[in-house]
Write a protein that binds this ligand. Structure first.
Ligand code: WTA
Length: 650
């Protein structure tokens, strides 16, 4: 296993703010332990108790059917996810605010639960009119606009499976995902806005659709009004469909295990995996974790700054908050547009009380300085969250002091696309925090740090983070590839879920997630695979071989460094370097744009021909050789490194 920096383990515990604990749902570490122990003693009974919070159309007959590695939760039960997110709140309080959407230019759309319900029903009927039936897949490639959650909930209402593809992905990435999921319909927009500029989403979608024979219709939201190409046999305007659709659309009664969505994520190979989530268990854990981890109340205004194209947006902008009947703020654009106080302006304007963001964003705010914060009243904030990557203690302390003013507990939440919902996190009124640690598993979750034989490692020793028992929101499989699902997650350490993260456990049982042990790179919390970037590079005519590693980055956590050897007839130049960076951005999406491309005459390999990434990582970390990086890498350095490292690699 690669080396991880153990410095973080030394941090001292920071107790939850006293005033907060007094009024919290869970008020002390003892109370947390009581709930945790009860859940650990009878996880099924515990989750069954929580499941009483869902509206069931038909009761389930068995809480869990576990035929490792395949789980079914709430077997035989029938419900509808959209009904649980909308109808039951409409019945109680139709005027309650569901979604407050802030456009990048400051325009606002407010939708009450009744209004959101009506829009979802209309679009669900529109999908039906296009022939979408339960079990069909609908691909969604959209900017952060209200129609995105509407489209997702409309699918859920009629039992269609959505596959949201992040709007920053390229045409190739989109068409690969559409093909794998065999999507019938694409929902997209004419464009979106980013830092005041139009992002021509439909152009990219059209390019993707050249290679998507399964797509029958493409539904287009008019967001920018820019002129777009139009394929009249395929393209339909969202507003035309919505206008002519009826607002009555009863929620289909669906099995607990009915697929809700596929979300593609990067793994250990070049091929993204379609993580499949189903209905009841997923919704339950999203809903319940919000209550516990964010201490959610009716009076809260909740804002998660993620993009819905990633799992955080699925679980903690759409399903978790809406299942709770929460008021959700959704923002279209960038944190620094028109100025670097945009987020604080939004917090002040809507009196946001729960703010859930990423370590990368926090580090960026930190680097922008206090003046931006001091302009705004942030006193409405009461809970702060972070997700997606380890947060360094310095950023944690800044978040706590500068934004939370020491009044707001910070919940550092560890989870994954695959886990569906939060797994390890402090409970804000109960768990003393240690800056940099996600602390303790939430009740009902059996997390352990073990060695490859599955035995717990001693405090302070590095091991692998595992989940020992099935949990309701777990992925059910990799879409179309049960074998890969079993192999990647359940066979590495037999019988338990292998998360792919290195971790340590300290003497208090606190879990410190150190980083990935596989080829996943986290750039600004976005999950990318080094193999995917390598295949993009070798698809360029000049590249013979490529190896991609991450180096630490002060703001983004990690940055991408590529080592390439060139085909004969090509030689290193600054121009080629920029061309390769651009090529990766165009092939995968701009989030994958490398920070650096280095040319070498050969890549360091073991005797058996495996690339020695550890050496490259070290070279990338050290900043490498000074001088012009477009010239050939000094292989003497690699040789010296190789000698000091030995032959073995991964
Ligand atoms: C990392 C994001 C440290 C981890 C919800 C995990 C974290 C991967 C944390 C999943 C955290 C997520 N502390 N590392 N609080 N949260 N990670 O699928 O490496 O995009 O395996 O899901 O992010 O990334 P994914």
């Amino acid at each position: 296993m690669q080396e991880f920096d153990p410095h973080v383990l030394e941090e001292k515990a920071v107790p939850p703010p006293l005033e907060f604990s007094k009024g919290a749902r869970v008020k002390s570490l003892d109370e947390y332990r009581r709930i945790f122990d009860r859940a650990a003693g009878d996880p099924e009974g515990f989750w069954a108790e929580q499941a009483e919070q869902l509206d069931w159309f038909e009761p389930y007959t068995q809480v869990l059917e576990w035929k490792s590695p395949h789980a079914k939760w709430f077997v035989g039960g029938k419900l509808n996810v959209a009904h649980n997110c909308l109808d039951r709140h409409v019945a109680k309080n139709p005027a309650r605010m569901a979604l407050i959407w802030e456009a990048e230019d400051g325009a606002v759309v407010r939708l009450t639960y009744a209004q959101l319900h009506e829009r979802v029903c209309r679009f669900a009927n529109a999908l039906k009119s296009l022939g979408v039936k339960d079990g069909d897949c609908v691909a969604i490639y959209m900017p952060m606009i209200p129609e995105l959650p509407v489209a997702m909930l409309a699918c859920a209402r009629i039992g269609a499976i959505h596959s949201v593809v992040f709007g920053g992905f390229s045409a190739t990435a989109l068409s690969d995902r559409i093909a794998d999921a065999k999507a019938k319909i694409l929902v997209t927009a004419d464009g979106g806005y980013r830092r005041g500029r139009v992002v021509p989403l439909k152009d990219t979608a059209d390019a993707a659709l050249k290679n998507c024979p399964t797509i029958e219709k493409s539904v287009v939201v008019k967001r920018t009004g820019e002129k777009v190409a139009w394929e009249s046999s395929r393209d339909l305007w969202w507003h035309d469909l919505e206008k002519s659709a009826s607002k009555d659309c009863p929620a289909t009664s669906l099995d607990s295990e009915h697929p809700l969505y596929i979300l593609y994520t990067s793994g250990t190979t070049g091929k993204p995996k379609g993580v499949l989530h189903t209905s009841a268990g997923y919704l339950l854990q999203c809903m319940w974790s919000m209550q516990l981890v964010f201490d959610l109340r009716d009076s809260d205004v909740y804002w998660c700054t993620a993009d819905i194209g990633w799992v955080t947006g699925h679980s903690y902008i759409v399903y978790g908050p809406l299942a709770n009947g929460a008021t959700v703020v959704m923002y279209e654009g960038a944190p620094d547009h028109p100025a670097k106080d945009r987020f604080w302006q939004i917090v002040e304007k809507y009196k946001v009380s729960i703010f859930y963001s990423s370590a990368t964003a926090i580090r960026a705010f930190m680097s922008w300085g206090m003046d931006w914060l001091n302009k705004h009243d942030l006193s409405s904030l009461r809970v702060l969250g972070t997700v997606g990557e380890p947060i360094n203690p310095a950023a944690w302390k800044w978040y706590n002091g500068a934004i939370g003013k020491g009044r707001c507990p910070i919940v550092d939440t560890w989870w994954q696309t695959e886990t569906g919902a939060i797994m390890i996190s402090p409970l804000p009124g109960a768990t003393p925090a240690k800056p940099g640690s996600a602390t303790l598993p939430i009740p009902g979750v059996a997390a352990k740090v073990v060695n490859l034989q599955g035995r717990p490692v001693a405090p302070g020793e590095t091991g692998y983070l595992t989940i020992q028992k099935p949990w309701p929101a777990m992925l059910r499989t990799i879409y179309g590839d049960d074998e890969r699902y079993a192999r990647e997650y359940w066979r590495r350490i037999p019988g338990v879920y292998f998360a792919g993260d290195a971790a340590q456990c300290d003497k208090d049982g606190y879990i410190w997630v150190l980083g990935r042990v596989d080829d996943v790179i986290k750039v600004a919390g976005h999950r990318l695979s080094s193999m995917e970037i390598e295949s993009a590079l070798v698809s360029h005519t000049s590249v013979a071989e490529a190896a991609v590693v991450a180096r630490p980055d002060d703001i983004k956590g990690e940055a991408i460094v590529c080592f390439v050897t060139l085909r004969s007839g090509h030689s290193p130049s600054g121009q080629l370097r920029s061309a390769l960076m651009e090529h990766v951005a165009v092939t995968i999406g701009s989030i994958a744009r490398p920070a650096d491309v280095r040319f070498c005459d050969l890549l360091p390999k073991t005797r058996s021909g495996k690339i020695m990434r550890r050496l490259l990582r070290e070279l990338a970390h050290k900043g490498g050789i000074s001088g012009d990086t477009t010239t050939l890498e000094d292989m003497g350095v690699i040789e010296r490194l190789a000698k000091s490292q030995g032959q073995d690699e991964e």
